[in-house]
Design a protein around this ligand. Structure first.
Ligand SMILES: C[S@@+](CC[C@H](N)C(=O)[O-])C[C@H]1O[C@@H](n2cnc3c(N)ncnc32)[C@H](O)[C@@H]1O
Length: 159
């Protein structure tokens, strides 16, 4: 199981945070391949950002900078928000989960490692779990660090 590409719609807007290290292989390529045209990519590494740009639509936006500042300062909403920070930044990401949800209209996708899930007493093999008070599902994406997962939260009109 990997990125929840089946939840994407062509006309979705998206914010792809921490997008660059692997050329977007873990997230941005799924947004591109689903046909999204209005995507903003953010990473602190300008070189990696520049290197990946040619592989993505010219309609996409690129922002070099601190993704945490983007999260903390933004008042905009996107249909889809993806967050793929290094594992040593997971606590900083998860402490902003409610803010990330408020920035998301439909689908929030956040990377997390097995050790972090274990520390929260969460078993990602269950069909769904409660995380920080929200009903979420998990997609395994690699075996690195004993397993890394996407937390997937699909917002309903009640969420
Ligand atoms: C797991 S990698 C992302 C991989 C990427 N999603 C891909 O598929 O290629 C984590 C990324 O976080 C970026 N990063 C680290 N600290 C950051 C920060 N404070 N703000 C924005 N990006 C940051 C790194 O440059 C790196 O590209």
């Amino acid at each position: 199981m990997t990125f929840p590409a089946e939840l994407l719609r062509k006309d979705d807007t998206a914010l792809c945070l921490f997008c660059a290290a692997f050329g977007g292989r873990q997230d941005a390529v799924f947004l591109r391949d689903a046909g999204l045209r209005d995507v903003t990519c953010v990473d602190i590494d300008g070189e990696k950002l520049n290197a990946m740009k040619p592989n993505f639509p010219t309609s996409w936006g690129w922002r070099q900078g601190d993704a945490f500042a983007v999260i903390d300062e933004t008042v905009t909403q996107w249909d889809v928000v993806t967050v793929d920070a290094w594992s040593n930044l997971e606590d900083q990401v998860l402490s902003r989960f409610d803010k990330l949800l408020s920035m998301t209209k439909r689908v929030l996708v956040v990377g997390v490692s097995m050790p972090r899930l274990e520390a929260m007493g969460i078993d990602p093999s269950r069909a769904s779990s409660s995380l920080l008070g929200h009903n979420v599902t998990f997609r395994k994406r690699s075996s690195y660090l004993g397993g890394t997962y996407w937390i997937v939260m699909e917002k309903t009109s009640h969420a």
